[in-house]
Write a protein that binds this ligand. Structure first.
Ligand SMILES: Nc1nc2c(ncn2[C@@H]2O[C@H](COP(=O)(O)OP(=O)(O)OP(=O)(O)O)[C@@H](O)[C@H]2O)c(=O)[nH]1
Length: 221
């Protein structure tokens, strides 16, 4: 994920321009001030590819489920890495997330096992990822109200226990997908540009302020 030289505000309000600029650059570094490696992690079928496609293309990949083999790779402002959730690809994934600056860790609100495995994912992250990596926990498929088995409060409690921000998302409706990526981008950008005496960017506060702007509950959390 990168911030354009034009400013992040510009990116938020004018995606068309961002794409136009990227097409005219020989490389990502030529067009952007900072670039970050962001990865999506979580069990197989929690919706990592769909969340990424929703963010990148604003579309939902419904229909047949095709598991990611190893690592998939897409570009919005810059490359974002989609990993395979299946156990047999874990060693490939470890190698890649060693140098990631941000990790979006997903579970499926209709799958108890995917939620229970979050602790194991966090243990792995602490073992393999960078110490200061930005982590966000996402409870995906929030549109599947009738099939829900994990309450929002359970997700919030787990996130609080590990000190990471949390949101429920839906790749199908798009709820919170943009906000999740944007909050992570803002945090990374603040870290990169932070002066020694400047207060730390509070990702929770940013998410809350965006919720307020959207008129409470109108799409966020
Ligand atoms: N209703 C609903 N279905 C979703 C959502 N996100 C993903 N799905 C469905 O869940 C299935 C798995 O989605 P993927 O995005 O391929 O899952 P993944 O985590 O990338 O899976 P791996 O590549 O095996 O790691 C697909 O059938 C999707 O259509 C969502 O937000 N809502």
């Amino acid at each position: 994920m990168s911030t354009r030289k034009a400013s992040l505000k510009d990116k938020e309000t004018n995606n068309g321009t961002s794409r136009y600029v990227l097409e005219r650059c020989a490389s990502v570094n030529e067009c952007f001030d900072i670039s970050f490696k962001v990865m999506l992690l979580g069990d197989s079928a929690v919706g990592k590819t769909c969340v990424l496609v929703r963010f990148k293309d604003g579309a939902f990949l419904g229909g047949n489920f095709i598991a990611t083999v190893g690592i998939d790779f897409r570009v919005r402002e810059t490359p974002i890495w989609d990993t395979a959730g299946q156990e047999r690809f874990r060693s490939v994934t470890h190698a890649y997330y060693r140098d990631a600056q941000a990790l979006l860790l997903l579970y499926d609100i209709t799958s108890k096992s995917s939620f229970d495995n979050i602790r194991a994912w966090l243990t792995e992250i602490h073992e393999y990822a960078q110490k200061d990596v930005v982590i966000m926990l996402l409870g995906n498929k929030s549109d599947m109200v009738a099939e829900r088995v994990i309450k929002r409060e359970e997700g919030e409690k787990l996130a609080k226990e590990y000190g990471v921000p949390f949101m429920e998302t839906s790749a199908k409706t798009g709820v919170n997908v943009e906000l999740a990526f944007l909050a992570v981008a803002k945090d990374l950008k603040h870290r990169a540009a932070k002066q020694p005496n400047e207060p730390k960017f509070q990702i929770h506060d940013y998410i809350e302020s965006q919720k307020q702007k959207s008129g409470c509950c109108g799409g966020y959390m």
